[in-house]
Ligand binder design. Sequence first.
Ligand code: HEM
Length: 436
Amino acid sequence: MFPSFVANLHNLHDYFALVLARSGHNFRAHGPLGTGMRLFVTCDPANIRHIFTTNYTNFPKGAEFSAIFDIMGGSLFTIDGELCRQQRANVKGVLSSPWKVARIAACCRDKVENNLLPLFTNMESIGTPFDMQEMMSRFMFDLAAMPLFGVDPGLVSSDMPPMDVAVAMDTVMEVGFFRHVMSASCWKLMRRLNIGPERKLRVAHTMLRGFIVDMMERRKINACHIGNDEEQEGDTVGTTLTWIFYNLAQNPNIVSIIRNELSPIASNKVAAGVDAMVIFEPDETKSLVYLKAVLYETLRLYPPAPFERKTVAADDIMPSGHELGTGDTILISLHSMGRMEGLWGKDCLNYNPDRWLSEDGNKLKYVPSHKFLAFNSGPRICLGKDIAVMQMKTVIASTLWNFDVEVMEGQSIQAKPSCILEMKNGLMVKLKKRGM
Ligand code: HEM
């Protein structure tokens, strides 16, 4: 399959989905002779449960993974074993503190009120289309950086300052993607020669290090490690928000249902005399089931982390019967999982939040994390799921209630080949204030 693999390098997420659908959810790929690449690609929930939970210790991220993301060396994202267990417990302690969660929620709410909606109002009055993906990326970059550095980088403002650091982080994710699918000897040689994507990556590393030193200086924080985890978390939320806006623009009926769900909350505010923009507090949107179904449906089809990588520590047999050898690499395609008829039925490619609702529509159906892997599964499951849902609900509710979002026609919407499922060409939109 090497020639078709190379021909589809620009479109690997869809290519994997096609091959996985035809091959019964699993396939093997061996690299060209001499590279030692042995890949097992899967989107089979039984295998995923085995890899992420049942036999979890046999499938670390591995040394190759931390080499690929060398800029994040030492951060939770790249480590395994005892060190990971300790760091994870620390992060869990922080992210489950009610005080911390309340602060993150207040920060998000205030940023929507003081920066995002005023900027949207400005964009609406000028009437020029703008890139919603860039806007979400700016918004989430500021939000993620604030608790880390205690400084708001101020990327969401009418003068739209350059966002070189966010662009550098995108480069890390794009070049990281190519490192995943290339043999290690090949990308390491390119790195030594400073050519191709590795040259671009070196510039991005310099930029990121400079930014962190600058922020540390400004806050005099002890630089014990380069904590890019937070920025990556911002990327995942920003990317999901962009896909939500895109899908909602194709489905005005879904927008109406969301607005109906928001309506009782908004009426209370209007009755209480709020006549400007309506802001939805994180506490107010917590119980909104349909809005959550919309978020999950978007994450099913467009998981911002489109694949996971694991290494086989010792020979193992998958529930599917595939035998894996020590040192093999496993790629788990989350992007393909949402697109398998065998998992989600014949309408798997349709954007349909109803599939998440219980019979009476009052709660969400239970779907195990080894089938809906967007937030990972097992001992390394995402620690920020509730925070991410809160942030997305706050942005979507406040934007959709106050504005109609129109996606400009004639755009080519494609996923970027990267470790984060961004849109390759962005998402140009125009806003219109809603008359209430
Ligand atoms: C739509 C939003 C999000 C999605 C889809 C998501 C998904 C994921 C995934 C797939 C992983 C596993 C990554 C890996 O090990 O390769 C992960 C890990 C993690 N996430 Fe999230 N995430 C989101 C937002 C957030 C937010 C907002 C936070 C923090 C406030 C957060 C905190 C974490 C942490 C700390 C880990 C590391 C867990 C570990 O390595 O043991 N995430 N997330």
